[in-house]
Each structure stands twice: as C-alpha cells, then as structure tokens.
Design a binder for this molecule. Structure first.
Ligand code: FO1
Length: 337
C-alpha cells in the first residue's frame, strides 16, 4: 500500500513515527511518503534552516530532542553562544552545534546547485528512516506574518519564525503570507505521490501554517482534490485546545474556531470542493461527530494523544482503518450512483 502524508513538524513527526511502526509491524511492503511544509524555512547567519524537515528527519532517526520537540538529542550550544557574543543571528532562536552540522551540509549542497528535494534525500540517507521525505516545493516560499503594531497602528511584516519563537504567537496576526508562492511549483515527486497513493493522510499538524502552507503551493490542492485515494485528516485540536504549539493563535487569525469540527469544516469535504473525505477526532470530541458527518465528511473518534510509540502506532492504525472504511464507502456510493 502506498501511503502519502501531508505533514508539518512536531505533530507530524510523531505521527509518521507511529505510522512507520504500524506499517513495519503489519504490512512491510507498504511505503510512506511525507510531503513536508517548508514555509517555516529561513536563512539565518548564512545557513538555510528547514525546521519541519529536520524535526521529522531527527524524530525518524531517533536523534530528536523528545522533550523540546525540535533539534537534536544530547545537543550543545557553543557555536550559538559565539554567534550571540558577536551579535549576529537571532538570540531567541537557538541553533544547536549538531543541528548546525545539518544546516552547514544543507547550505553547502544548495550552494552547489542541488535542489532542496535532493538535499533532503542526501541528508536523510544517513539513516534508515523508512519514510521518504519530500519538501512541498524546492522553491523558497517562506511564511510571513502581518501583525498590527499596537502603537502606531502600522502593520509590520515578519518571518513566521520570529512571530513563533520570539513573540510566541502572542502578537495578533492579521494575515499569513506565503512569500513567493505564486511562482512556486511542487517538488519533484509530490504530485505523483498524491496521484498514486492508496491512502492520503493529513497529519495532526498546524492547519494554517503547516498543512495550509503545503496546500498553498500551486497544483497541490488540485492534486489532492483529484486523487483517487481516500483522504483522511487527523484533528490537531482536542477538546478545543491545540495539542502542541500555538495552532489556536493561527486559527483565530484566519477566523476559524479552535475546535475539531471547525477545522474539519475549514478543510472541507472533497465532495463539496474541499480536501478531506474523513476526519478523525479525539474521543473527548465524539459529540462533534454528527455535525462533521453533516458536512459530508466521514467522521470517527479515537484516542489522538500520542504519548509514546504504541499510542502513535494505534493512531496510525485508526487513521488507516478510517481510510479503508471511507474507500469502501466511496466505492459503494459510486456503484449505487
Ligand atoms: N523553537 C523555539 O521555540 N525556540 C528556538 O530557539 C528554536 C530553534 C530551532 C532551531 C532549529 C529548528 O529546526 C527549529 C527550532 N525551533 C525553535 C522550533 C521551530 O520554531 C519549530 O520547529 C517550527 O518551525 C514551528 O512549527
């Protein structure tokens, strides 16, 4: 079975680790391709940083800092201290020494003309990740946030990472802008991974700046809408709160309520021009299932908290089961149709 997953960073990384474990245990012939958000990427002190690709790579390699959710385990920050001493870079954005090894490698390969997708393959080939990592695009499309400058009522534009890590998403965002998106194209393999998938999953990532950014790359939303595979989304919101990070600040900024059913409605049923066929919510949100079904989206409830590998693997199994019942449901509808 070919499984394609649209993913952001931390939540997506945990889900992919669970999916890999479930697939290895039940159907080793299956393949997993992750189409990963690159909107958080940026240049910093001359290095190209790709947070979501790195979070997934480190997590699947078993090299991630499980507590912080980003960066490497057993990390040191000697170079970062030097950068601060010289007054370059962002003092609020820590680059670990081992992490800098990744950024130096990526930057040097990009400098030789290698596209990000090939660089990502090269970096990932150091480990047996069991998942193919694809950046959503090889083009530099960075998410910027337009915030209201409280005093002069001017609007200020900043890179998403500054809004997220320096301001902790506390500045009210008026708009998220994908800089350069109009001239961007899907990375090699992305459209094929959607067209040939047997199952497509939207990981429990930030619906606005992670999944939304992937869908914003020209061609990807259409490919998802046209895919023959069932598309199952996993809610990143449990009982009205974001599981990780500050997805609620992003949802509020685009006028979407922070709830599992509001996010499902935001993605929309593929049968009415949206991007999902099915939606998995946490058991604590089971009361929302009839409302989601009324949107034309097959809905189910399962434990969404990924505390450890077994719970992540079970979530993956529940998502694939929902995909299977959706696919058979779709077939019955078409046969009846
Ligand atoms: N997040 C923070 O809150 N503080 C940091 O200093 C920080 C550094 C950092 C360095 C490399 C990297 O790949 C990620 C880093 N992150 C940091 C996390 C990053 O903001 C998130 O992974 C995503 O970009 C947001 O989803």
């Amino acid at each position: 079975m070919k499984i394609t997953v649209l993913s952001g960073g931390v939540g997506g990384a945990r889900f992919l680790r669970g999916l890999r474990g479930h697939v290895r245990a039940t159907d080793p012939t299956s393949t997993i391709t992750a189409i990963v958000n690159t909107g958080d990427d940026m240049w910093l002190t001359g290095l190209r940083i790709a947070p979501d690709l790195d979070s997934i790579m480190y997590t699947l390699a078993g090299e991630n800092d499980e507590v912080r959710g980003w960066g490497r385990v057993g990390e040191s920050e000697r170079v970062s201290a030097e950068l601060r001493a010289y007054g370059v870079g962002w003092p609020w954005f820590t680059l670990g020494d081992l992490d800098i090894g990744t950024h130096l490698t990526r930057t040097s390969l990009l400098g030789e003309g290698m596209p990000l997708s090939a660089v990502t393959d090269r970096l990932a080939s150091r480990w047996d990740l069991g998942v193919r990592l694809l950046p959503a695009t090889d083009d530099e499309v960075e998410t910027h946030v337009v915030v209201e400058d409280g005093t002069s009522m001017q609007f200020q534009d900043m890179h998403f990472q500054e809004w997220w890590t320096k301001h902790r998403a506390a500045l009210p965002a008026r708009e998220f802008v994908q800089r350069g998106v109009a001239s961007a194209s899907p990375a090699p393999g992305v459209l094929d991974a959607l067209a040939t998938a047997d199952v497509i999953v939207l990981a429990p990532s930030n619906p606005v700046v992670s999944i939304g950014t992937v869908l914003g790359i020209p061609g990807i939303r259409d490919a998802l809408a046209a895919a023959s595979a069932p598309v199952v989304g996993i809610s990143p919101i449990i009982a009205g709160a974001a599981v990780r990070g500050m997805a609620d600040a992003c949802l509020t900024a685009i006028g979407v309520e922070t709830s599992a059913d509001a996010v499902a409605a935001h993605y929309g049923a593929r049968s009415s021009g949206g991007v999902i066929d099915a939606w998995l919510v946490d058991e604590s949100d089971a009361a929302l299932l009839p409302g989601i079904a009324a949107l034309g989206i097959r809905a189910a409830a399962a434990p969404l908290w990924m505390h450890d590998l077994p719970t992540s693997q079970q979530l993956a199994a529940d998502a694939l089961a929902l995909a299977a019942s959706t696919a058979s449901g779709n077939r019955r509808e078409t046969s009846r149709g």
